[in-house]
Design a binder for this molecule. Structure first.
Ligand code: COA
Length: 258
């Protein structure tokens, strides 16, 4: 089904592994095509409740956009490339189902941008993050300048963007770029346990959490108004009724996703 992704669906959790380990999982055209196909599936397949994105091999999550595709780009072509990459990462960020990045090594350039477009991140203790684009005479083009500021604050982001410095997992945790650090062996187990917990909640409410939290960063929207709309939309669901009834009956709610 995919040329550059491994995919497996277990207990409602889709694990997507970017699989170009000999190129440290660099994002080339084929990876973007595959990611978009996978996103079509994530948006449309009701069996998928949540998603893990990780990289193949012990060394890298994703070491960036594939630099070998950059050499002959014109100004117009590079703008189109940036817009297309941004659009793919918007689809990840706006997915109604949680998407968690499991950062298992280098997350550089487009790899750091991919991880930042996910709803949150966990890291193995050998993870390294950075936006080294200025080393190539360019800047991040897949949303990195925006999301790095959102996630770690302007001062820290400015330093990382301009100096191309890599930070380790401990610093990423301290900056709030990742939620947890675990060993490489524990990474997927930790991710699955977090997503199993989230998957036990009402899917409509989860989708609305994502929509409302994303509205904070969308200048075209009034976040409080998005929240009120989302809150009230939950009141139209059967799961909302089940949640309250189960609480009052002192039993665990059984959500049906409606
Ligand atoms: N694009 C294309 N190929 C890449 C790549 C990228 N972003 N990152 C790594 N690779 C390739 C290397 O060219 C090498 O391929 P080869 O074996 O055919 O020569 C292979 O992956 C292994 O990488 P290598 O550099 O030998 O590993 P290393 O352990 O010495 O260094 C890094 C690891 C991550 C520090 C180094 O690969 C690097 O700096 N990568 C580029 C990071 C970057 O600038 N990303 C932003 C791009 S906009």
């Amino acid at each position: 089904m995919y040329q550059t992704l491994l995919s497996s669906l277990e207990n409602g959790i889709l694990t997507l592994t970017i699989n170009r380990p000999d190129k440290l999982n660099a994002l080339n055209k084929e990876v973007f095509t595959d990611l978009n196909k996978a996103l079509d599936e994530i948006y449309s397949n009701a069996e998928i409740r949540s998603v893990i994105i990780t990289g193949s091999g012990p060394k890298a999550f994703v070491a960036g956009a594939d630099i070998s595709e950059f050499s002959e780009l014109t100004i117009a072509e590079s703008r189109a490339l940036s817009k297309a990459g941004q659009d793919t990462f918007f689809r990840i960020e706006r997915s109604p189902k949680p998407i968690l990045a499991c950062v298992n090594g280098f997350a550089l350039g487009g790899g750091c941008e991919l991880a930042m477009s996910c709803h949150f991140r966990i890291a193995s203790d050998n993870a390294k993050f950075g936006q080294p684009e200025v080393n190539l005479g360019i800047i991040p083009g897949y949303g990195g300048t925006q999301r790095l500021v959102q996630l770690i604050g302007k001062g820290r982001a400015m330093e990382l963007l301009m100096s191309a410095t890599m930070i380790d997992a401990t610093t990423a945790l301290q900056y709030g770029l990742v939620n947890y650090i675990v060993t490489a062996e524990e990474l997927l187990t930790k991710a699955r346990s977090i997503l199993e917990l989230i998957n036990s909640k009402a899917p409509f409410a989860i989708a609305k959490c994502i929509e409302a939290a994303n509205a904070v960063y969308d200048e075209t929207k009034d976040g409080y108004s998005v929240e009120a709309d989302a809150f009230s939309a939950c009141f139209g669901t059967e799961d909302r009724r089940e949640g309250a009834t189960a609480f009052l009956e002192k039993r665990k709610a059984v959500f049906i996703g409606k």
